[in-house]
Design a protein around this ligand. Structure first.
Ligand SMILES: [Zn+2]
Length: 178
C-alpha cells in the first residue's frame, strides 16, 4: 500500500461514498448497508471479495507458497487468489494455480468454506473458498506472486509462518485425510 493510501481512512465495512456509475455522492447508508445514488437511482453495497485457495497433496506432503508481495510478504500462503468478475470458483483456482505454479490441477471433492478474513490489516473482507486438488500436468515452479514453494509434512504445519490461520487448518485437515 502506498503512503497516500494510508492517509485516507476507509474501513473494510464502511459504505461507499460515491456512485461507481456516475460519481454522484451517495445518500446516507440504509441499515442493510446499501446506499442509493440520488442521480441514477442505483443502490450500492459493500461485499466480501470472493477468493479461492487450494491444498495440493502429494506423497503425504502439502504444497504451500511463500508470498512474494504485500500484504503478508514473506509469509506462508496457499496457491490461489481473487476471482475475476463472473468467474466460476473452479475455473478461478485452476487459473490461479496455472499462473502461480505453471501446472494444471483437478479439484478433488467438495469445496471447503473457511472463515472470512480481511486482506491485510487495512484491506476489505475476503470470502474464501477452499479446494483440495491434484496436479494432473506439469512440475510446479514459482512465478510472479510466489517467492518459493515448499512441501510441508504434517509435523511441519504447526511451525510454518502462515499468513492466515484458516490456511494452516486447511493444510492440517488435508494431510490428516491424505
Ligand atoms: Zn449513480
Amino acid at each position: 500500500m502506498t503512503g497516500a493510501a494510508q492517509k485516507v481512512p476507509f474501513s473494510p465495512t464502511e459504505p461507499y461514498k460515491f456512485c461507481p456509475a456516475d460519481g454522484t455522492r451517495l445518500g446516507e447508508p440504509r441499515p442493510s448497508g446499501g446506499a442509493q445514488c440520488p442521480h441514477c437511482g442505483r443502490s450500492w453495497y459493500r461485499s466480501s471479495a470472493p477468493a479461492v485457495g487450494t491444498v495440493i497433496v502429494e506423497d503425504g506432503k502439502a504444497l504451500v507458497t511463500v508470498r512474494a508481495r504485500e500484504p503478508e510478504k514473506g509469509r506462508v500462503d496457499l496457491p490461489g487468489g481473487f476471482l475475476e468478475v463472473g468467474e466460476h470458483p473452479v475455473d478461478g483456482i485452476m487459473r490461479e494455480v496455472r499462473e502461480e505454479l505453471g501446472v494444471e490441477i483437478e479439484v478433488v471433492g467438495a469445496p471447503i468454506l473457511p472463515e472470512t478474513h480481511t486482506y491485510g490489516p487495512d484491506g476489505g473482507y475476503v470470502l474464501p473458498v477452499g479446494f483440495r486438488a491434484s496436479i494432473v500436468r506439469g512440475e510446479p515452479n514459482p512465478t510472479d506472486d510466489v517467492a518459493e514453494i515448499m512441501w510441508l509434512s504434517a509435523n511441519e504445519v504447526d511451525a510454518a509462518d502462515f499468513a492466515w490461520e484458516h490456511d494452516r487448518r486447511m493444510v492440517r485437515a488435508a494431510l490428516e485425510d491424505a
